[in-house]
Write a protein that binds this ligand. Structure first.
Ligand SMILES: [Zn+2]
Length: 364
């Protein structure tokens, strides 16, 4: 497709003015909202709990495919694995999946957690998983026999991480939480965090100093990455450094095999771009090969009606307009208005498609 458009540009140039419109569209450096439906996109962070075909009919209209992420939360991990395997069999061109494993503290307290976890992963990834997800229960929930939080830097993870690496797969990690989680509500940046942590004081770490700190969560992740320099690592949710593109840039510089997804954190970029648009835009251009589009939308049987599909399409079009357009935008998560980042087509193509293909080694 790329070659075709290149040659049609050359042809139009050769034939001169009568092909003005063709030249104009070839030369246009930026996408419009209408292009959303034409350009191939991957949502690299969704959770599918159903194999319902209506999702894929809707997605085909939007030129959209998926990576569904199994996670050690909510529905049973074995059931998630079976659903993911069935999905990739039924819709091989539209979806890939990430495996995970159920963390068992009783087994951790025994001698052979490593072997058992590798065996579970082996079974989990045998269906063609393109990566393995680690979740925030590591660092924020699981405790050892002595009552200490089990951090991802713990040496017992090393053989498991090495096994994933030997399989040629990346680790996708949701480790830690947004920094807001450790701040008092009135110091938080985006409105969705303010309301979520107000409704869920049990998860608001500012109120729970007995838990590992924000800095300890990131230090554990960084220590694991230091021990595995060749591991490809995709940090979910902007690598838990959603609050500062400067800090995220430092981490990406430190770990050249790390990328991040945008899932459920685009509002944090919007919050920063409302203050300094060029800073966020420059960051995305500089790190254009290491940012993967994702939403964190969950698809379950009970949700799939026309208003659900209209809502998620509207969300993705808003995201598209933020990255590709230059109009003034609003979000209920961010106070005040901000403008689209007007990224060049080549950067938008990477964020919405090519980076996911590259980092998860998908077949194009
Ligand atoms: Zn998620």
């Amino acid at each position: 497709m790329k070659k075709q458009s290149f040659y049609s540009c050359i042809l139009a140039k050769l034939l001169g003015g009568i092909f003005f419109l063709a030249i104009y569209s070839c030369k246009s450096e930026y996408y419009t909202e209408a292009d959303y439906f034409k350009v191939p996109k991957i949502d690299a962070h969704v959770h599918f709990l159903t194999t319902d075909a209506s999702i894929f009919e809707q997605a085909a209209k939007e030129n959209l495919t998926f990576i569904t992420i199994n996670v050690n939360a909510g529905e049973n991990v074995s059931r998630q694995r079976d659903t993911a395997k069935a999905l990739t069999k039924k819709f091989p061109r539209q979806i890939n999946y990430l495996a995970t494993f159920a963390f068992d503290t009783a087994v951790w307290n025994g001698d052979n957690w490593e072997e058992k976890t590798i065996a579970e992963l082996e079974n989990n990834i045998s269906g063609g998983a393109v990566g393995v997800k680690l979740w925030k229960n590591i660092g924020m929930t699981e405790k050892d026999r002595a009552g200490n939080f089990i951090m991802v830097s713990n040496g017992r993870f090393d053989p498991v991480i090495s096994f994933i690496e030997q399989k040629g797969l990346p680790v996708t990690g949701h480790l830690g939480e947004p920094r807001n989680c450790w701040l008092p509500t009135d110091s938080m940046t985006v409105n969705n965090d303010k309301s979520y942590f107000t409704r869920h004081p049990e998860y608001h770490m500012y109120l729970h100093p007995e838990y590992p700190s924000y800095q300890e969560q990131l230090a554990a992740r960084d220590s694991m990455l230091t021990k595995h320099p060749n591991l490809k690592f995709i940090g979910c949710h902007l690598g838990s450094l959603e609050w500062s593109v400067d800090e995220l840039a430092k981490t990406l510089d430190r770990f050249p095999n790390m990328a991040v997804d945008l899932a459920a954190r685009i509002c944090h970029l919007q919050y920063q771009s409302a203050k300094d648009k060029n800073k966020v835009r420059d960051f995305l251009i500089k790190y254009q090969d290491r940012i993967l589009y994702g939403t964190d939308i969950s698809y379950s049987e009970s949700k799939l009606d026309s208003s659900f599909f209209a809502g998620i399409q509207a969300t993705r079009i808003k995201d598209w307009n933020y990255f590709s357009g230059e109009m003034e935008l609003k979000s209920r998560d961010v106070d005040g208005a901000f403008t689209g980042l007007h990224l060049p087509k080549q950067v938008v193509d990477k964020i919405f498609y090519l980076n996911t293909v590259k980092w998860y080694k998908l077949e194009e």
